[in-house]
Design a protein around this ligand. Structure first.
Ligand SMILES: Cc1cc2nc3c(=O)[nH]c(=O)nc-3n(C[C@H](O)[C@H](O)[C@H](O)COP(=O)(O)OP(=O)(O)OC[C@H]3O[C@@H](n4cnc5c(N)ncnc54)[C@H](O)[C@@H]3O)c2cc1C
Length: 282
């Protein structure tokens, strides 16, 4: 049971959702946008979230879009992980989401909820960061479309009252050669010890990570090192892990040393798997 009362709103347009948010703020309330609700309900039960009003964005048609155009894949933020997985439009993303939670939870969890939630793994960010995905944001100042890479600090940077409406991935990235691995300490379902996702574009490996630090990230410096053909692979990996953007995580999944050990092996696997893979898979 959630130990507090709250109002529930389900607008059918983005602008209506934003207006509602502003009105509720003016009334001194702390509204939250609500998508799959898995995290809000879990944290609500634990008294770690307190709100007087939730604004459910699932009734907004643009948030439910899942469409492959000639140039882009357009993904609404309220599309569930199951729908993304089953669509198969973006194989790296499909594989990544297939490893998040279990089937029942994936029927609820949404793309935007995973990206913007407090639970810091946010594994859906990895394929999106690698593929020059743009984010459409709705908010009090209207709409803006920005490269996710330039508006991502472990999660999308959003101003008060803004929410993610859609994610748009250029279709040239969808069929590129990729490699991804999620390593868990135990069990087959659960949070990652580390997750590494990589793809190769124009002969260059791009790589993004979850579980390694307390936020998911892509690092151009690490990519430069991994792509430096003048250095032996083991030395590249040793150098790459010296450029992590934060301290290595320590939790029940594993110690920093164990994470680093598994990360180094995963990076060797990335290089091996993408060796010679220069052309897109069709
Ligand atoms: C059983 C289970 C296992 C899990 N395992 C993993 C895992 O292995 N890896 C992993 O990465 N995650 C994992 N998670 C975390 C999970 O992915 C997130 O907690 C969940 O995705 C939240 O999605 P939701 O749609 O239910 O969001 P909600 O609960 O609706 O919202 C979560 C937060 O995001 C905000 N939000 C939602 N949508 C938007 C939007 N469009 N724009 C702006 N803000 C928004 C909400 O305001 C709220 O603060 C797991 C969760 C469960 C329940």
């Amino acid at each position: 049971m959630i130990p507090f009362d709250f109002d529930y709103f389900k607008p059918s347009a983005a602008e209506e959702a934003v207006r509602l948010y502003q009105t509720l703020r003016e009334q001194g309330k702390r509204p939250v946008y609500f998508a799959g609700g898995t995290e809000i309900i879990t944290l609500g039960r634990l008294n770690r979230i307190d709100t007087e009003a939730v604004i459910d964005i699932k009734g907004i048609e643009e948030c439910q879009t899942l469409r492959l155009d000639s140039d882009d894949l357009v993904m609404g933020s309220a599309v569930t992980l199951s729908r993304l997985q089953e669509s198969g439009f973006f194989p790296l993303l499909s594989q990544t989401v297939s490893e998040i939670a279990d089937h029942t939870a994936r029927n609820k969890i949404t793309l935007g909820g995973n990206l913007c939630g407090r639970i810091y793994y946010r594994e859906t960010a990895l394929p999106l960061l690698l593929s020059d995905t743009e984010m459409v944001v709705a908010g009090p100042s209207g709409r803006r479309r920005v490269p996710l890479n330039s508006a991502f600090d472990g999660c999308p940077r959003l101003a008060d009252g803004e929410f993610v409406l859609q994610l748009i991935t250029p279709s040239v990235f969808l069929g590129l050669p990729y490699y991804t691995v999620k390593i868990r300490r135990q069990w087959e379902v659960g949070y990652p010890l580390i997750t590494v996702a990589a793809l190769k574009r124009a002969g260059q490996i791009r790589a993004a990570f979850s579980g390694v630090c307390l936020f998911p990230f892509r690092s151009e410096r690490i990519e430069e090192i991994l792509n430096d053909g003048g250095i032996e692979k083991g030395a590249r990996v040793a150098e790459a892990v010296r450029h992590l953007p934060g301290p290595v995580s320590e939790d029940v999944e594993g110690s920093p040393d164990y994470r680093l050990y598994r990360l180094k092996n995963a990076l060797l696997d990335v290089m091996q798997a993408l060796k010679g893979e220069e052309h897109a898979r069709s």
